[in-house]
Write a protein that binds this ligand. Structure first.
Ligand SMILES: [Zn+2]
Ligand SMILES: [Zn+2]
Length: 244
């Protein structure tokens, strides 16, 4: 099995230690053909990538592609902002984003109501049926509103009802990530996703160049559980296509 690409990596533009070329060089050494640069979304309070940096990032991507021969995609790891399913991506951002990964993070700019309805309960690990339902509805609304390619580190820091997400992720073709650093999906979850035919993706969530392509956590799980390779969108095949 060949890991074709790693579609969740960070750089100095948010919370990562390396530059775009550093991630690309490591990816090349490890035999990957594609990577995505997905720095933390625009409304993260501590590590947000700035929209002002996008032109510079695009230039660096072109240069890194020339030097490594890899295909490199510019994306973002977007944040949920409220229970209405709003995320920190604006319509005009879609022009330069090749991929949107979406995950729950604390420390996101939001209104007072959202602090009490979404952030505080989850930061305090409140896992009542009602909170799980609210979280799940929020994810569904976000998937309906935005072209989300991947839901990243689900159930990390907030809990959803995975079963209820299945119809929408199947309808939208969204991949569920098995995160290389913070996987919170159980064997039972992954078997459920596989049984329903949901696409999954193995990403590193690299915060340093050395971690790019490190997806052993996910690879070990899918191998142990005999998950069909066809369901893993970045094994032996490309997840994204470059638009010409
Ligand atoms: Zn994250
Ligand atoms: Zn990340």
């Amino acid at each position: 099995m060949l890991l074709f690409g790693d579609y969740h990596t960070h750089t100095i533009y948010s919370h990562g230690k390396g530059d775009i070329i550093d991630n690309a060089n490591v990816a090349k050494q490890k035999g990957l053909k594609q990577i995505a640069i997905t720095d933390h979304g625009f409304d993260h309070k501590l590590y947000a990538v700035s929209r002002d940096c996008i032109p510079e990032m695009k230039e660096k991507i072109l240069e890194a592609e020339k030097r490594t021969g890899l295909e490199i995609f510019l994306g973002v790891e977007a944040n949920f902002k409220n229970l209405d399913g709003e995320i920190d991506v604006l319509p005009e951002d879609l022009e330069f984003l090749d991929i949107i990964n979406l995950g729950f993070h604390r420390f996101v700019k939001c209104g007072t109501k959202d602090k009490f309805n979404l952030f505080y309960p989850n930061i305090l690990h409140i896992k009542t049926k009602s909170q799980i339902q609210k979280n799940t509805d929020m994810v569904i609304k976000a998937l309906e509103r935005y072209p989300i390619k991947t839901l990243v580190h689900l159930n990390y820091g907030f809990q959803v009802d995975l079963k209820k997400l299945v119809p929408i992720v199947l309808q939208k073709g969204t991949a569920i990530e098995i995160n290389g650093r913070k996987n919170c999906l159980t064997d039972k979850d992954i078997l459920l996703l596989a049984e329903k035919g949901v696409k999954m993706i193995l990403n590193s969530d690299a915060h340093s160049p050395q971690q790019v392509g490190e997806v052993n956590v996910g690879l070990n799980i899918v191998t142990r559980l005999n998950i069909p390779t066809e369901l893993i969108v970045n094994l032996d095949k490309n997840f994204l296509k470059k638009e010409i």
